[in-house]
Design a protein around this ligand. Structure first.
Ligand code: DAH
Length: 394
């Protein structure tokens, strides 16, 4: 039975996919049945005639009938998928039947005539119009998380920091021990570590795991470079957290480390306050509250005044409660502190004598910052690769 364009009532993605699959399958059957020029003309008219051709019907029944919310998607489906496929299939069938006709002549008349005919055929299909516009391939966009990470890194690069990196599959030594998390210390529990299987035969410090933070690159860099150093370390990290609107088993951090003689907590505050003003705008304020990390002493969490409500805890003309800062006016952005002397002990032989040098470190989550900056409600959107979401950042 010949294909007829159905009226669409269901505009869900599944229904659209089903309808276009049926159409493309009908197209395949009808084109392969075309054997000569007359058949082909009939096929072309049936599919492409302005008046009542299949494509015109698609336009009327699918696109014009689409509810507002589905218009954009149906438009893209019709214009970027269906129309090009129909046009290509019909054009290629024409090339095919012309080729078959040429071969027939060749068989009937012997080789010379065949070459002649083939040449004529080639000339025919070489009626190439170079003034037609080319095929435009859409340019991709930088992922919002990587963009955020790059922008933050750039702020520190302007201050003279260089970029360092290290492996995502790390040893227990770099991820924990050299950062002053002793074996079996409860601070390890906060890191929800994903361990690589089958490591029991190795000494504990050599066992492999997925790094839970970018901090191990502090040690790796200090092993390679003598002080003074100023580095930022962007990278992916993993934790055993089930995915939800604010958690992901894989996410992104940016670490920072500055070591020199006479680095003080004042340097830490001044540097981070400047960086936040560069990144979020000069009106944000910063606030430091005591915290604990094994590798820094003292440790702090840094908050910035809420860049969404301006610090008032309320938004808009109706004074709605500000959700991102939970009406506190402050948003927690990173952990930081002065490098613990115990950490320097592990790299002492490379010039990091805790009696001579001091430093500060900090670490922040790029995904969380991107979430806040772009007002995205669900962290999972960053990892699903849905073009309709990502396109908004193009
Ligand atoms: N590594 C910490 C975490 O993932 C974040 C952090 C806190 C990094 C304080 C630092 C720091 O360098 O000084 O939870």
């Amino acid at each position: 039975m010949a294909y007829t364009v159905p009226k669409l009532t269901d505009y869900s993605q599944a229904a659209l996919e089903r309808a276009s699959a049926e159409l493309i399958s009908a197209l395949g059957q009808e084109t392969s049945a075309v054997k000569n020029e007359a058949d082909w003309k009939a096929l072309r008219d049936r599919w492409m005639a302005r008046k009542n051709g299949v494509l015109t019907q698609i336009n009327d029944l699918w696109l014009k009938g689409a509810p507002k919310s589905a218009k954009r998607e149906v438009g893209q489906l019709v214009n970027s998928v269906i129309i090009p496929q129909v046009e290509t299939a019909i054009r290629e069938r024409h090339d095919h039947i012309k080729g078959v006709a040429i071969l027939k002549t060749a068989r009937a008349n012997g080789l010379d005539a065949a070459i002649d005919a083939a040449r004529r055929g080639a000339e025919l299909s070489a009626a190439l119009d170079i003034t037609l516009p080319g095929i435009r391939r859409p340019i991709g966009a930088e992922h919002p998380v990587l963009r955020t990470s790059r922008e933050i890194v750039a702020v520190f690069q302007k201050l003279g920091y260089s970029v360092a990196d290290g492996p995502v599959i790390e040893t227990d030594y770099y991820n924990f021990e050299a950062l002053n998390f002793p074996p079996n210390h409860p601070a390890r529990d906060t890191q929800d570590t994903l361990f690589i299987a089958g490591q029991q035969a190795k000494p504990p410090r050599e066992r492999l795991l997925l790094r839970t933070h970018t901090s191990p690159v502090q040690i790796r860099t200090m092993e390679k470079m003598r002080p003074p150093i100023r580095i930022v370390i962007p990278g992916t990290v993993h934790r055993n957290d089930p995915p939800d609107a604010s958690h992901s088993p894989m996410f992104h951090q940016i670490e920072g480390l500055a070591v020199d003689t006479n680095i003080t907590f004042g340097d830490l505050k001044g540097t981070l306050d400047h960086a936040m003003k560069e990144f979020f705008g000069s009106s944000v304020k910063t606030s430091f509250r005591p915290s604990f990390f094994p590798f820094t002493e003292p440790s702090a969490e840094m908050f910035v005044s809420c860049f969404i409500c301006g610090g008032s805890g309320r938004r808009g003309s109706d004074n709605a409660p500000c959700r991102p800062c939970k009406q506190t006016g402050w948003i927690e952005i990173l952990g930081c502190g002065m490098v613990d002397p115990n950490v320097f002990e592990f790299v002492k032989d490379n010039g990091y004598d805790p009696k001579k040098v001091s430093g500060f470190a900090f670490g922040m989550g790029a995904d969380r910052i991107a979430l806040l900056k772009y007002g995205v409600e669900d962290l999972q959107l960053f990892f699903q690769g849905d073009v309709r979401f990502l396109q908004q950042f193009a």
